[in-house]
Design a protein around this ligand. Structure first.
Ligand SMILES: [Zn+2]
Length: 113
C-alpha cells in the first residue's frame, strides 16, 4: 500500500527529529495532504496507527490538513481550483489543466515533550 510507505517516511522523520531535538514523546502530528496527491485519507489514518506502534509517537493524534488542488489552464492562462487531476478548467472548460498545487504530502509540525 502506497500510504504505508508514506507513513513509514513520517515515522523516520519523527525519529530523526527526536534525535536532533531531544524529545521523547509525540502527542500529535499535523500532516498536510493535497487533494490531488492520490493519498487516501482513511488509508493514511489506518497506516499511521499501525506504523507508530512501538515508536515515540505511539497513540499520537493525527491531524490531517487537506489542501485543495490548483491548476493552471493553458487555454485561458488562469489559475483555478481543481478537484481532480483530469478535470477541465473551471473558468473556460478547456482541458487538460496543468496541476500546480495540492499534490503533496508533508508533515507540518509535531507536538512533543
Ligand atoms: Zn481555462
Amino acid at each position: 500500500m502506497h500510504e504505508m510507505s508514506l507513513v513509514e517516511g513520517v515515522r523516520q522523520l519523527i525519529e530523526e527529529a527526536a534525535l536532533r531535538d531531544g524529545f521523547t514523546r509525540v502527542h500529535s502530528v499535523r500532516v498536510e495532504i493535497g487533494q490531488l496527491s492520490g493519498v487516501e485519507r482513511s488509508a493514511f489514518e489506518f497506516c499511521f496507527d499501525l506504523a507508530m506502534q512501538d515508536s515515540l509517537a505511539e497513540g499520537a493524534r493525527l491531524d490531517i490538513v487537506a489542501t485543495p488542488g490548483r491548476g493552471h489552464c493553458r487555454q485561458c492562462g488562469q489559475e483555478s481550483a481543481l478537484a481532480a487531476v483530469y478535470d477541465p478548467c473551471e473558468l473556460c472548460g478547456a482541458c487538460p489543466v496543468e496541476v500546480t498545487g495540492g499534490t503533496s504530502m508533508r508533515v507540518i509540525d509535531l507536538e512533543v515533550e
